[in-house]
Design a binder for this molecule. Structure first.
Ligand SMILES: Cc1ncc(C[n+]2csc(CCOP(=O)(O)OP(=O)(O)O)c2C)c(N)n1
Ligand SMILES: [Mg+2]
Length: 626
């Protein structure tokens, strides 16, 4: 095929693969009718860089412009790549993460060497713990001034060393396409962010290069022997339970997980913060484990004699005791399936480790169990009843759990009654929001007390719908992340949750939504405090409050000043209608709306009771601070 200038081109056509995210990336790229130059060609390194991105199906890049990559940026548009300018580079990393999590395609960001790059370290760390295929392109000081202490000079590789699965440094302009391609391949194949570091003078010049075809590796089900042993173990299990993890979401393996669960009649619990890894309407679904998770899930897994951890690393925070339940079944045999061998048996004791794709492994196990008589077959109905009963009990408890009942929360509720104004109980607010959620919604959540309590009230029907701040746990995650998700899936309603503290850290990206036509809905829980941390001062520091109070202007007013809409809610009956109105504005009028909900200062269970201890003071002058 010939382009108007007469250069030979090839259609963007990624190799077909059947597994998960790769299949999604392929599907997206197959619809991509942009063409890429074919064979060895004379081109500039900027052209090699941009063409390699086209070959990988890139259509959107987040960032803030800069002289360091202006030569390449100049041809983004003719290459069919949209550059989405953000307010702060931290936001561009979260947007790339949200984009990747929603679509299974690469999320890409770029920035100015030095500060533009260091500004996004936090969001790349967050993307790393979400295992997102994000590529951060980091133009660097020019090779002739590196090391002389020039303008915006920094060593950019060490900054991301811990948070990337691969770092490519273009050490010669002739290798631009090769390194670019490798970064895109490895982000997808090794499941995590990669860094493409490019000395800024290497964008210029003339090279001979061929644009590499993307390499996508199909992951298999795992070793024959371990699959056979796992099937034998499951055939003998009395009460098997499945943990459906992030690997099920990323590998698009819900159907395979469902088939295995149905064959076993096993309850399925979501791993911590992967509430979209199994459809909530399914009779075998029991809700999430971990902090502020489902009691039904915890009570059921505590009974398990065999646990299948499907696509889960069983992270240390995700199985901590909760609601007074130390639910992890210490004597159960654990079959762990993960795409990464180094995650197998890392945190929890395991009986059988399967290194493979969650979907392929589930399929292989189901096939092995299909015609066998299983020990648990005879109790299928009884177990189904038990699941139903536990779920009903938990729903009833949630319905009746209208507010927190600890001393501090009760004191706050009383105090705020005297103070006047109408403040809503967070749990009731969360229940109302849950009821008003639109179909096919995508929700992102932040780090904070109310956001954590939300875990009990967020249920999903399909994967790639829930984007929580994962193990890096940074406040300010949710809003930019949902913006990126919305760019990837404009047809789906997009809602972020944030506490007022986290919102203050991220609200400026409202301008990105307004100016670049990316309508989303942001719910802000306005409780006038850094609640999650204040909870530790309640529990461990005798209510000596330092730095926890927040005095805010009206967030709805700030939103309006930025050109968005704002709704203030201070009545429970208005919560659902306000969310519906905001989503309607998003979907039908292309408007971003901030829903500011006035909440009491009450606080749910803390994050890290496990990691704090009562203060000890040895010096006389501090003796009262215990
Ligand atoms: C970037 C960052 N800074 C600080 C923290 C520590 N931290 C965790 S939760 C929290 C309070 C969150 O307050 P807010 O967003 O208002 O939600 P609330 O707890 O009040 O519901 C803080 C400061 C963090 N996790 N991330
Ligand atoms: Mg708060």
């Amino acid at each position: 095929m010939s382009s108007p200038s007469g250069t030979a081109t090839q259609e963007v056509n990624l190799p077909m693969s059947t597994s998960g995210a790769n299949a999604l990336a392929t599907a997206a790229s197959l619809q991509d009718n942009r063409s890429v130059v074919k064979g060895v060609q004379k081109m500039t390194p900027s052209e090699a860089f941009v063409e390699t991105m086209v070959a990988n199906g890139v259509t959107d890049i987040f960032g803030i412009m800069g002289s360091a990559f202006m030569d390449a940026m100049d041809i983004f548009s003719p290459a069919g790549i949209r550059f989405i300018p953000v307010v702060h580079e931290q936001g561009s990393g979260h947007m790339a993460d949200g984009y990747a999590r929603a679509s299974g395609r690469h999320g890409v960001l770029i920035g100015q060497n030095g500060p533009g790059i260091s500004n996004s370290v936090t969001s790349i760390a967050a993307a790393y713990w979400a295992h997102s295929p994000v590529v951060i392109v980091t133009p660097e000081t020019g090779t002739m001034s590196q090391g002389l202490g020039g303008f915006q000079e920094a060593n950019q590789l060490p900054m991301f060393e811990e948070f990337t699965v691969y770092q490519g440094h273009v050490n010669n302009p002739k290798r631009m396409a090769e390194y670019t391609a490798r970064c895109f391949d490895r982000a997808m194949n090794n499941l995590g962010p990669t860094q493409l570091n490019i000395p800024r003078d290497y964008f210029y010049g003339e090279i001979e290069a061929e644009i590499p075809q993307p390499i996508r590796i199909e992951r298999g089900a795992g070793g024959e022997q371990s699959l056979n042993e796992a099937a034998d173990l499951l055939a003998k299990a009395r009460f098997p339970v499945i943990i459906s993890g992030g690997g099920v979401v990323q590998g698009d393996a819900v159907e395979e997980c469902k088939a295995l669960a149905e064959r076993l009649g096993a309850p399925v619990v979501n791993s911590y913060l992967h509430n979209d890894s199994f459809p909530a309407s399914h009779p075998l679904w029991c809700g999430p484990l971990g902090y502020q998770g489902s009691k039904a899930a915890m009570k059921l897994i505590s009974q398990a004699d065999v646990v299948v951890a499907l696509g889960s690393r069983l992270g240390p925070f995700g199985t901590l005791p909760q609601h007074g339940l130390d639910y992890w079944p210490k004597d159960a045999k654990v079959i762990q399936v993960d795409a990464r061998s180094d995650m197998l048996g890392l945190v929890k004791k395991m009986s059988i480790g399967i290194c493979g794709d969650a979907g392929a492994a589930a399929l292989a196990l189901t096939a092995r169990l299909k015609d066998r008589i299983l020990a648990c077959d005879s109790t299928r109905n009884e177990r189904a009843e038990r699941i139903k009963t536990e779920k009903a009990l938990w729903e009833k408890e949630l319905d009746e759990w209208t507010h927190e009942r600890d001393d501090y929360s009760l004191d706050m509720i009383e105090e705020q009654k005297k103070e006047g104004g109408n403040w809503l109980h967070p749990r009731q607010v969360l229940r109302e929001l849950e009821k008003a959620m639109p179909q096919d919604v995508m929700v992102s959540t932040d780090i904070g007390n109310i956001n954590s309590v939300a875990n009990s009230y967020l249920r999903f029907e399909r994967p790639r719908s829930f984007f929580a701040a994962m193990s890096f746990g940074n406040c300010g995650y949710a809003f930019p992340t949902i913006i990126g998700a919305k760019v990837a899936a404009p047809e789906r309603p997009a809602i972020s949750y944030a506490g007022d503290g986290a919102w203050r850290m991220s609200l400026m990206e409202t301008m990105t939504c307004v100016q670049h036509n990316i309508p989303v809905t942001a719910v802000v829980f306005h409780n006038r405090q850094w609640g999650a941390e204040k909870k530790n001062q309640v529990d461990f520091y005798d209510r000596r409050f330092v730095a926890g109070e927040l005095e805010n202007e009206s967030f709805a007013g700030i939103a309006r000043a930025m050109g968005a809409e704002g709704i203030v809610v201070d009545k429970l009956e208005d919560v659902g209608p306000a969310l519906k109105k905001a989503v309607d504005m998003q979907m039908n009028q292309g408007k971003t709306c901030i829903v500011e909900i006035k909440c009491t200062r009450e606080l749910g269970d803390p994050f890290r009771r496990d990691a704090l201890s009562k203060p000890v003071r040895l010096l006389d002058k501090y003796k009262d601070y215990v």
